[in-house]
Design a protein around this ligand. Sequence first.
Ligand code: C2E
Ligand code: MG
Ligand code: MG
Ligand code: MG
Length: 283
Amino acid sequence: KAKDKGSNLFQFFTEDMQREAIENIALERRLKAAVANQEFTLVYQPKIDLDKNQVTGVEALLRWQVNGKNILGPDKFIPVIEELGLIEKVSEWVITAACQFSKKINHDSAAAPIKTAINLSLKEIKNPQITTIFSEQLKVHNLPGEYFEIEVTETSMMLEPTQTLEHLNIFNDLGVAIAIDDFGTGYSSLSHLSKLPLDVLKIDKSFCQDIGENQSTESIIKSTIALAHSLNLRVIAEGVETYHQLDFLRKLRCDIVQGYLYSRPLSYEDLIDFIEHFSKDSK
Ligand code: C2E
Ligand code: MG
Ligand code: MG
Ligand code: MG
């Protein structure tokens, strides 16, 4: 009987492997339900323009929450959603929620216009529908593409360059800014970089966290900022946690910073408060 064969097969699994397999099945089941029930929410991390000393944008970050409690981080659950073939639903949800957010904040906040950055994975950016989904939501909400930025990691941009490039060009034509995320962790060549319709380079947080600790990382940051500026890109440093890191980045003319030093990712209400106090305190 199949059942007997099954139990035979199971003898090849160690106890840990068995537990892991059961946990994965449970996780997949919970995630399917999470997608169906929309147990997702976006939180928003402020980005501070150093010249203007002002919040000019936010990064929208996905959370899986039940009763206000985070279940698992996006870098853990998004790959599983992709394996389940459900990522398109989530992309659509994120883009719609980001448009609703943009509409609201640019109406409510004195700091408007605020640019909203959305992260797109390799699978998402390759989706043939992705640019249509996005442009339709812009239309529905009557928003200009210029209110948005998409963040695609350096690694994603390198892996399947032709498919990615086609979609990046469409986003670019819509007026959406394009950021290369986690820069420094991939292996992009200068010649490839200069062919992409990029607007922003985001230095990976692992580099910023080495400021003051590692001189060769500091040199890499310095030359990366110079490279970005020579390609007419704005530079964002992510993961800024200390005043020392901030001073270092400011001296090198980094354009925008983002990190726990200023703020963690926030709910809509907390973000409105943050922006209000930030503009008051810096006057
Ligand atoms: P990312 O795009 O590089 O986002 C930055 C991550 O660093 C976020 O983690 C953020 O909360 C965290 N962070 C911000 N400031 C600091 C800091 O000062 N120190 C430290 N240690 N961390 C900081 P999070 O929210 O857990 O997201 C992890 C990754 O998941 C993101 O990395 C992004 O690649 C992915 N992700 C998040 N939301 C989405 C989404 O809506 N769609 C897709 N496709 N990916 C997403
Ligand atoms: Mg990002
Ligand atoms: Mg452009
Ligand atoms: Mg990053």
